[in-house]
Design a protein around this ligand. Structure first.
Ligand code: PEP
Ligand code: MG
Length: 591
């Protein structure tokens, strides 16, 4: 169960979904851009002219900042995308919207902030109520503009993160992956949100920053005030607001224990990743940014099994050039110092949008123009990335893989673009690696079921269970309301994983797994038992998974996989995996 757990005191406990382990105790910092309410507030008559003056100044400032943003967008992205700002500018100078605001301040002596907030909220409601989705989409623009004007009125910075001056826990309704990526350079030490799922991209990025993360708390932002003390427990998915002394002390002890455990397992980072019977289980890492390679090396990762390259495109308004991409990839290879790097081509769409994509919202983005589908419809961009990858393949061990392949045609098209890029480079006399392995991710049931056909055309498979689960059980991986259905223990998911492994073995190609379950020790024995010998996971999870690997033997894991394979219930499977894990890691009970 997620949500609020009443306990009768000022202290409140919320149960969410644990995403990234660790416990922190710090003040809450609310990052709530759209849900902040402006209270109804009247001023005495003498201050009405001042409120009117403040309104005009705020409108002027908002106009100036919009024009600056528009000019920047036009220079970076071109004239078409910059047009979005014309709608905002038009609204600001629309007398039908702004005159009633002025009248209300004059006649009712309300504050400018309240009058603006009311007028924009009403307009947003009207757009929301329109039948056409085009108008409904305008709601976000209206609320965005409201925020901009109010920020100018109240003198707030657009970027609240810049206000953080001490270690804090961010509390938010929902965050985009791009916002999560920007937390790395701040003093944020934890994150909790109302929305979100264990494996959505915001969670993945936040977890990669190494801080405790809890998502899907549902009503947290309604019960918490900025500055409240919170305990964030990323192990159990608990958030305690305004804890009492006894609870703080209890958690402090837990933090100390956690630090000791972490030190001891990290100290074991350079031990070999082998089972008791001597089978090597390769532990590669998932990264989103080259800077994470430091963690790959620190925690004993053998290389990068999944580089999610799209993040470079999200955190900026212009598309990176081929040279910039090349430099990024070359830098990764350099940092990896001979260890392999697997680059996944762009996985844009679904919950990761470039500025341009955000302007053309889709009704069901996870089922829409996402990933390889997007790349194949944006060939110049796709080819730029492939050229950069090919150039980098000349300087180190690099593999490339295509995400979300659903049909044979897509795979063939993607490979054709790759070949085309290679020929172009050869014609230009630019060197490329001669034997870069080309693989694909298995993330949808159609690919899993057709794996033996796909295996003829690729040199490796990487199973992406984060998506494979959501597309098999028809559950949005970011929706906390249906999170209990989203599980790799679903027998249908396990059968698909098995089918892929079987196909890969028959065709003699390597199959690895890079979904989040690769880093979850509950699954380690099962994955080995199913036949996986390469896993790719979050760097900080490597020591824990290795600890399990070093305490089991393959036969024991195969027995477990056979046993679990006979279950048709996910609960039974989960219970069986947890019980088996406790036999190899009895100390878990004390965590
Ligand atoms: C997956 O789907 O399992 C995967 C690794 O890709 P992502 O999490 O980036 O969608
Ligand atoms: Mg995926």
């Amino acid at each position: 169960m997620v949500g609020f757990v009443p306990d009768g005191s000022i202290m409140k406990t919320f149960q969410g979904i644990a995403v990234s382990p660790g416990v922190v105790i710090a003040k809450a910092f609310l990052l709530e851009q759209f849900r902040e309410r402006i209270p109804h507030h009247e001023v005495s008559g003498e201050f009405v002219p001042r409120e009117l003056e403040m309104l005009e100044q705020a409108l002027l400032d908002a106009r100036t900042s919009l024009e600056e943003d528009r000019d920047r967008a036009e220079a970076d992205l071109g004239r078409e995308p910059a047009k979005i700002f014309e709608f905002h500018l038009g609204l600001l100078s629309d007398p039908a919207l702004m005159d009633p605001v002025r009248d209300r301040i004059r006649n009712e002596a309300v504050t400018a902030a309240f009058a603006v907030s009311e007028a924009f909220s009403n307009l947003a409601d009207r757009f929301r109520a329109m039948g056409s989705s085009v108008f409904r989409e305008k709601t976000r623009d209206v609320l965005d503009l409201e925020r901009r004007v109010i920020d100018h009125l109240l003198g707030k910075s657009q970027d609240r993160l810049a206000e953080i001056t001490e270690p804090v826990v961010i509390i938010t309704h929902e965050m985009t992956p791009m916002q999560a990526a920007s937390l790395g350079e701040t003093q944020v030490i934890g994150l909790a949100s109302d929305f979100g799922g264990r494996t959505d991209h915001t969670s993945i990025v936040a977890a990669a920053l190494g801080m405790p993360v809890v998502v899907g708390c549902q009503f947290l932002t309604e019960y918490i005030d900025e500055g409240d003390l919170v305990i964030l427990d990323g192990n159990s998915g608990t958030v305690v607001v305004q804890p009492d002394e006894e609870t703080i002390e209890q958690y402090r002890r837990r933090v100390r224990r956690q630090e000791e455990t972490l030190t001891s397992i990290t100290a074991a980072s350079d031990l070999e990743s082998v089972t008791l019977d001597g089978t090597h289980i390769h532990l590669m890492c998932n990264i989103e940014f080259p800077r994470e390679i430091e963690a790959v090396l620190k925690y004993g990762g053998e290389g990068v099994g999944l580089y999610r390259t799209e993040f470079l495109y999200l955190s900026r308004t212009t598309e990176p050039t081929e040279d910039e991409l090349y430099e990024q990839y070359a830098n990764c290879l350099d940092l990896l110092d001979g260890r392999p790097l697997t680059i996944r081509t762009l996985d844009l769409g679904a919950d990761k949008f470039t500025q341009q994509q955000a302007m053309e919202p889709e009704r069901n983005p996870f089922l829409g123009l996402r990933s390889i589908r997007y790349s194949l419809q944006h060939l110049p961009q796709f080819k730029r990335q492939l050229r950069a990858i090919l150039r980098a393949s000349a300087i180190g061990p690099l593999k490339v893989m295509f995400p979300l392949i659903t049909t044979m045609t897509e795979l063939k098209q993607a490979k054709l673009v790759l070949e085309d890029a290679r020929e172009e480079l050869e014609d230009e006399g630019i060197s490329t690696g001669s034997d870069m392995p080309v693989g694909m991710m298995i993330e949808v049931p159609s690919a899993a079921l057709m794996a033996s056909s796909f295996a003829r055309d690729v040199e490796f498979f990487s199973i992406g269970t984060n998506d494979l689960i959501q597309y098999t059980v028809a559950v949005d991986r970011s929706n906390p309301r249906v999170a209990s259905l989203y599980t790799a223990t679903n027998p249908a998911v396990l059968r698909l994983v098995k089918a892929v492994l079987r196909a890969g073995k028959r065709r003699n190609i390597e199959t690895s797994l890079c979904g989040e379950i690769a880093g979850d020790i509950t699954y380690t024995m099962l994955l080995i038992g199913l036949g996986l010998r390469t896993l790719s996971l979050v760097p900080a999870q490597v020591p824990r998974v290795k600890q399990v690997i070093r305490r089991v033997d393959v036969k024991q894991c195969e027995r477990l996989a056979r046993k679990v394979g006979s279950f048709d219930s996910e609960r039974r499977t989960l219970k069986c995996l947890q019980d088996e894990l406790k036999t190899v890691l009895p100390e878990l009970d004390g965590d």
